[in-house]
Write a protein that binds this ligand. Structure first.
Ligand SMILES: NC(=O)c1ccc[n+]([C@@H]2O[C@H](COP(=O)([O-])OP(=O)(O)OC[C@H]3O[C@@H](n4cnc5c(N)ncnc54)[C@H](O)[C@@H]3O)[C@@H](O)[C@H]2O)c1
Ligand SMILES: O=c1ccn([C@@H]2O[C@H](COP(=O)(O)OP(=O)(O)O[C@H]3O[C@H](CO)[C@@H](O)[C@H](O)[C@H]3O)[C@@H](O)[C@H]2O)c(=O)[nH]1
Length: 448
């Protein structure tokens, strides 16, 4: 099928590349011309395992092209994806101005060919009908005399950064919200190779469940899923804080409760809290939507508050151990909000850096991607080191912020020798405590 994906961030690019890989003819549109040039030259603007290789093979097969020309994309696609960002406003609500611009732009270029417009961006509940209205406005404003024929489908995205390609080929479910049978059946046709697991790791697995709903329910599924997962992490972090006080080990507790199939073992890793481009903004946006409709979300607000406190717990632990932080040097292992991504959006490391600086500490950091790529990501007041040993040199404590796999294999005896004071705060309960202690370092975890 002919597809146009508008917006080439994580979601748009991965969607476009994967749809072309399963045989569709895809044009990706972005209004950032620099980015388009980069992608046209075969380079991925984001770090995502496996993406560059797929991008290359799809481009070679002629099934994937990039353009900054929206009109070209709209005329090409039978299915038009809106996959632009919906960042948070200071109030917590979702900033939908990019979706609005794209919807209006689509309206301007619509002719008399039937199109399915897919909301892939995470958009506030009710956006399906709103997008329809904006597309029609755009069409009218363009002076078009033809009545455009299109339907809007909500198709929320559940991929995780760092495993985005894997998640796309191995989804737990596909959600399609809409009120047009024709549009839903076109989407089902589009996703058939994914549903039948043709491109999955386990090709014999049962077909992917396709959940067909009305527009609002599909939009709500996205917010509810992220809010549930974020709340689950806040829950285990709260348990971890009690464990710290009573002398229990939260990693053992998580295993013990996670084996109950009603609870499940995933998303029970206690640590310095959830961050990234999605959980914080989506939970806040749902709180805001509920507010708009006169409902006070006590549970979600508590999940956010627990997370805010959790993000600074490493600071509290540092103060307990080192007392005064002024004049001390603190090393951060990892900067990104999770491993296998170069994304720093709403990363807990940013809060730590800000607070450590405020308290007069010198902050150094080593991150396998941020350090190697030389990208400072707009970071100030932090010295970026290029390996863990240089990081350890002269530190009064090292805090593990991101659970990058390579941190499990660090040369702790060497690091201990280079440090001013041999202290490790394991903000992700990721390190082997015995190994760290055998190297002569004091180990402090989160709730263990
Ligand atoms: N990042 C994730 O892991 C993830 C996962 C699931 C859902 N989502 C949702 O998907 C949406 C996209 O997220 P993202 O992280 O990929 O976004 P992003 O901010 O990384 O990228 C958005 C892209 O859209 C482009 N853009 C903006 N306005 C445009 C316009 N008018 N025309 C063409 N291109 C335009 C930007 O140049 C940018 O390349 C968001 O709503 C987000 O909540 C994100
Ligand atoms: O047990 C856990 C699991 C995760 N995290 C943290 O939670 C955050 C989010 O992690 P993850 O969900 O793996 O990353 P994202 O790439 O942000 O993916 C989430 O957000 C996306 C955007 O909406 C959704 O599509 C995904 O389904 C959803 O998992 C990160 O800071 C993690 O360190 C924990 O602290 N403990």
């Amino acid at each position: 099928m002919r597809v146009c994906v508008i917006g080439t961030g994580y979601v748009g690019l991965v969607t476009g590349v994967c749809l072309s890989h399963i045989g569709h003819d895809v044009i990706c549109v972005d209004n950032n011309e620099e980015k388009v040039k980069l992608m046209q030259s075969g380079q991925s603007p984001i770090y995502e395992p496996g993406l560059s290789e797929l991008m290359k093979s799809s481009a070679e097969s002629g099934k994937l092209t990039f353009t900054a020309d929206l009109a070209k994309g709209v005329s090409h696609g039978e299915i038009l994806y809106i996959a632009v960002g919906t960042p948070p406003l200071p109030t917590g609500e979702s900033d939908t101005r990019y979706v609005e611009a794209v919807a209006r732009g689509i309206g301007t270029h619509l002719k008399d060919e039937y199109k399915v417009i897919v909301n892939k961006s995470t958009v506030p509940i009710g956006s399906g009908d709103w997008v329809r209205m904006i597309v029609l406005d755009g069409n009218k404003e363009s002076g078009s005399t033809v009545e455009p024929i299109f339907d809007v489908v909500s198709n929320p995205e559940f991929l995780r950064e760092g495993s985005a390609v894997y998640d796309t080929f191995n989804p737990d479910r596909i959600v399609l919200g809409g009120n047009s049978e024709k549009a839903i059946s076109m989407m089902q046709e589009l996703y058939k190779p994914l549903v039948t697991r043709e491109f999955a790791e386990d090709k014999s697995a049962p077909p992917v469940p396709v959940v067909v709903t009305d527009l609002s329910s599909a939009e709500m599924i996205k917010y509810a899923a992220n809010s549930f997962l974020a709340t689950k992490i806040s829950f285990i972090n709260e348990v971890a804080n009690i464990c710290d006080r009573v002398g229990a080990d939260v990693t053992q507790v998580a295993e013990g409760i996670g084996l109950d199939s009603r609870i499940g073992g995933k998303f029970l890793s206690a640590g310095i809290g959830w961050g990234g481009s999605c959980f914080p903004k989506d939970v806040s946006a749902l709180v805001h939507t509920a507010d708009d409709y006169g409902y006070d979300t006590e549970l979600l607000k508590a999940a956010i508050n627990v997370n805010q406190r959790q993000r600074l717990l490493a600071l509290e632990k540092l103060q307990n151990e080192l007392k005064i932080l002024k004049g001390k040097t603190i090393g951060l292992l990892g900067l990104t909000f999770k491993p296998d991504t170069d994304d720093m959006r709403d990363a807990p490391a940013l809060d730590l850096i800000e607070q450590l600086n405020r308290l007069g500490a010198r902050v150094k950091a080593y991150d396998p991607i941020v350090s190697q790529s030389g990208l400072s990501h707009g970071l100030s007041n932090v010295i970026i080191e290029t390996n863990a040993e240089m990081l350890a040199d002269g530190c009064d404590a090292v805090v593990l912020v991101t659970d990058w796999k390579e941190f499990a294999k660090l040369d702790f005896p060497k690091m201990a020798k280079l440090m001013n004071n041999p202290l490790v705060i394991d903000g992700r309960n990721f390190l082997d405590r015995e190994k760290v202690e055998a190297a002569g370092l004091r180990y402090i975890g989160m709730g263990r």
